[in-house]
Design a protein around this ligand. Structure first.
Ligand SMILES: N[C@@H](CCC(=O)N[C@@H](CS)C(=O)NCC(=O)O)C(=O)O
Length: 204
């Protein structure tokens, strides 16, 4: 039997979507949540120096979106046409862009620049991007694309709490209510019941 291990930090963020996808697909996996003390050593052994990392039969794979797309193909969570796949990829790239904006602010070390950037993005960038994403989900029956459940929904649902915190938007649910529908659609899947009941609870 294939030995599968997901190595990530003890958070949801970029790793939870993969945990959810494997749980949905009935794939047994070792949920390896590493601590920051062990990270510098493990970092050397990852393909690109970052996590999450999927290990299958001793082979290591990185890049959360590529891995999620792989599980999507494996479990039939893809588009029914190349155009639907394009739609999923397009929206996912946009979601990752939103994440990247918040990350730039998070890692800014100059406190004054950090504050100014956050205020600028909160006023001029996030509302536009999140409003567009909310409309996309509205047109797709509570999914990020293709009007149906796809791997992209799992990635977005898994990183939702992390986004909420990194964007400093505790009212994300009410401000952009369609986004929460994606989360509810995924977290309500019966295939995930067992994983969700046993997984460690984390804020992000
Ligand atoms: N494009 C990568 C980004 C992964 C990423 O940003 N990983 C962060 C944690 S969320 C990381 O490994 N940080 C530790 C480091 O860079 O040393 C992916 O989607 O997998």
């Amino acid at each position: 039997m294939t030995k599968v291990e997901l190595t990530y930090f003890p958070v949801k963020a970029m790793g939870e979507g993969l945990r959810l996808l494997m749980s949905y697909g009935g794939q047994a996996f070792e949920d390896n949540r590493i601590n920051s003390t062990d990270w510098p050593t493990i970092k050397q052994s990852t393909p690109f120096g970052q996590l999450p990392m999927l290990t299958m039969n001793g082979k290591k794979y990185a890049q959360s979106i590529a891995i999620a797309r792989y599980f999507g193909r494996k479990y039939g969570l893809v588009g029914t046409t190349p155009e639907e796949d394009l739609e999923i990829d397009m929206t996912m790239d946009f979601i990752i862009e939103i994440r990247s904006k918040a990350i730039v602010v998070y890692f800014e070390t100059d406190e004054a620049i950090k504050k100014a950037k956050h205020e600028d993005y909160s006023k001029n960038v996030y509302p536009d991007m999140l409003g567009k994403l909310n409309d996309i989900v509205g047109r797709n029956n509570g999914h990020i694309a293709a009007g149906k459940l796809t791997w992209g929904d799992f990635v977005f649902a898994g990183m939702y709490d992390y986004l909420k915190v990194r964007l400093h938007m505790p009212d994300l649910d009410t401000k952009y209510p369609n986004l929460k529908k994606v989360v509810d659609n995924v977290y309500g899947l019966p295939q995930l019941k067992n994983y969700l009941a046993n997984a460690p609870k984390t804020e992000i």
